[in-house]
Design a protein around this ligand. Structure first.
Ligand code: PGA
Length: 259
């Protein structure tokens, strides 16, 4: 059975003192880590957060990366530098990066490739906009995000290090969650595509997270679905109490499903 991941995407939020307060609050309110727990703060506080989580199983991730290792690329950061700062994971191809920072399937592919080569775990995001959903393009968009983002990335390379996050753009930060049936339908489609690319054995190991207005109230219903292996959480991860509730519920559901 796949171990679920509860991942917090802090986006452009939290100064260092606020970040320390948040992570301390999460530690106080969570004792068990049956699910994998991950927080993804801004670059400038990675070191501080790492310091706070070093004696816990909580993992650290970044929200973006560049594909070159070093050189004249002002403002960028490499996988090697993220690992050096204590990162285990990196989020790649979030819809906000596609929308505001011109990321394409090609740049996502270069980043995924570089991050996996360097040894980072990757959460690659896919998801359709409202307009795409309404014009019945959801599955085409998801397929193009998957095949484009994973181009020439073979199964040895991904080796349990690849995670996919399905984040319908219309559900991000809007309070509008996809119903668990809507999400499961797309997750099952993603699993099927991963099977085509990597074969059943590998596809079965890849965790597929749902993201888009995940809250303590809806996490149970979502992760009970067969192909939903956790959540990538924005807004609700900025509050220690609500993020901890999501983790604690995740643990309970996972233990119930296992037994
Ligand atoms: P949200 O964000 O939980 O605030 O909707 C999710 C995400 O963008 O990763």
């Amino acid at each position: 059975m796949r171990r679920p991941i509860i991942a917090g995407n802090w986006k452009l939020n939290k100064t260092s003192s606020e970040a320390v307060e948040l992570i301390k609050g999460i530690k106080e309110n969570t004792k068990e880590y049956d699910v994998e727990v991950l927080v993804c703060p801004v670059y400038t506080v990675l070191g501080k957060v790492k310091e706070e989580i070093k004696d816990t199983p909580i993992l650290l991730g970044a929200q973006n990366v560049y594909w070159e290792e070093s050189g004249a690329f002002t403002g960028e950061i490499s996988s090697k530098m993220l690992i050096d700062a204590g990162c285990d994971y990196v989020i790649i191809g979030h819809s906000e990066r596609r929308q505001y920072f011109s990321e394409t399937n090609e740049t996502v592919n270069k980043k995924v490739n570089a991050a996996l080569n360097a040894g980072l775990n990757v959460i690659m995001c896919v998801g359709e906009t409202l307009q795409e959903r309404e014009s019945e393009q959801t599955f085409d968009i998801i397929e193009s995000h998957l095949t484009g983002g994973l181009k020439n990335i073979n199964s040895e390379k991904i080796h349990e290090k690849l995670v996919i996050a399905y984040e319908p753009v219309w559900a991000i930060g809007t309070g509008k969650t996809a119903t668990s049936e809507q999400a499961e339908e797309v997750h099952a489609f993603i699993r099927e595509k991963l099977e085509t690319i990597y074969g059943t054995e590998t596809a079965d190991l890849i965790r597929i997270l749902y993201g888009g207005s995940v809250k303590p109230e809806n996490i149970e219903e979502l992760i009970t679905e067969q192909n939903i292996d956790g959540g990538l959480i924005g807004g609700a991860s900025l509050d220690a109490v609500s993020f901890s509730k999501i983790i604690n519920t995740g643990n309970q559901v996972f233990n119930k499903l296992k037994s």
